[in-house]
Write a protein that binds this ligand. Sequence first.
Ligand SMILES: C[S@@+](CC[C@H](N)C(=O)[O-])C[C@H]1O[C@@H](n2cnc3c(N)ncnc32)[C@H](O)[C@@H]1O
Length: 354
Amino acid sequence: MASPNLAKLAYQTLQQGKSLAGLAHKGLSTKLMEFVAPGALPKTKPVTTALMSELRKSMSALERQDWRDAEKGIYPKTQLFDDPWLDWASRYPLVWLDLPATWKRRISRKVRDLPNRIDQTVFPDYYLQNFHHQTDGYLSDHSAELYDIQVEILFNGTADSMRRRVLAPLKRGLDKFNERTPASLKVLDIATGTGRTLKQIQGAFPEIELLGIDLSSAYLREAGRSLNKRGNGLAQLVRGNAEHLPFKNQSMQAVTCVYLLHELPSKARQNVLSECLRVLEPGGILVLADSIQMSDSPQFKIVMENFQKAFHEPYYKSYVFDNIEERLKESGFEDITGESHFMTRVWSAFKPLV
Ligand SMILES: C[S@@+](CC[C@H](N)C(=O)[O-])C[C@H]1O[C@@H](n2cnc3c(N)ncnc32)[C@H](O)[C@@H]1O
């Protein structure tokens, strides 16, 4: 790695570049939508100059925190530059080619437009939808190929920095087991999707055993491609429902779950938290990351409302008003803390030592 100052400058420049690229993409695609599919334009509220300035401040704070945690050695600095550029560049044209289908779905309000060949009986009903108007929902390789780029664009290049906020609490939790060898510890990432969080955990804790679970085989295939490369430890990827985890009681020392809760109906949200408690060993940690909520970030109310208007997110409204800390407490967790980083809220909670 270059000298610390140069590396910091390179990181800041990279983040600014990603932010500009995200804004440019959104600006251009909105212009195109106005022209060819005006009916698909969401009725969002304008973002005022004051709100824009709040957003910029919050984004810079995230960037500073991301750098500080790398400096502290919570994860290697190389992780800050770990974007699969060639892959993304080759897939980016597909994002554009996919837009007309997305607009059509938005106009016709078709939210259950899924591939015919899937066996719908193996999925919960709430899952069988086109979340974010995504083509094929989560149920095709095409959707899995585009997902990471679409999320980076949505968050103006901050998605990975926000996901990385689970690593400091995770380290604090794993440190409680430091009398054991790292290889004997297990971390489970729930709703791992294309595996971005697992990849970050793999980089920060290379010797720990990693497991990921998700309902989508296509997303897990994508995760396998990026995680199980030569030189990396193997991550075990399992297709299954987070409401009924196929793992033994008390078999994990830590569980993470990133950007799942807002896509679940209230009952399923509670089931997932109960399952997290069940599979954790007493003393183990759960680290959750999801959208900010109305109670912790009222200054970003319009952003949350606009998100819900622009994308098909059927459970987001109930999520942003949900009391996750209360749910964690009711599930049996203790030492619950929460912190917000730009558009993401991170909670950590421990399973009591009996
Ligand atoms: C918004 S994505 C988040 C993926 C990943 N954690 C990330 O940070 O990008 C939501 C993921 O949750 C998965 N999912 C939704 N409901 C699920 C359930 N009940 N059990 C397991 N996975 C589920 C989806 O297949 C999808 O991969």
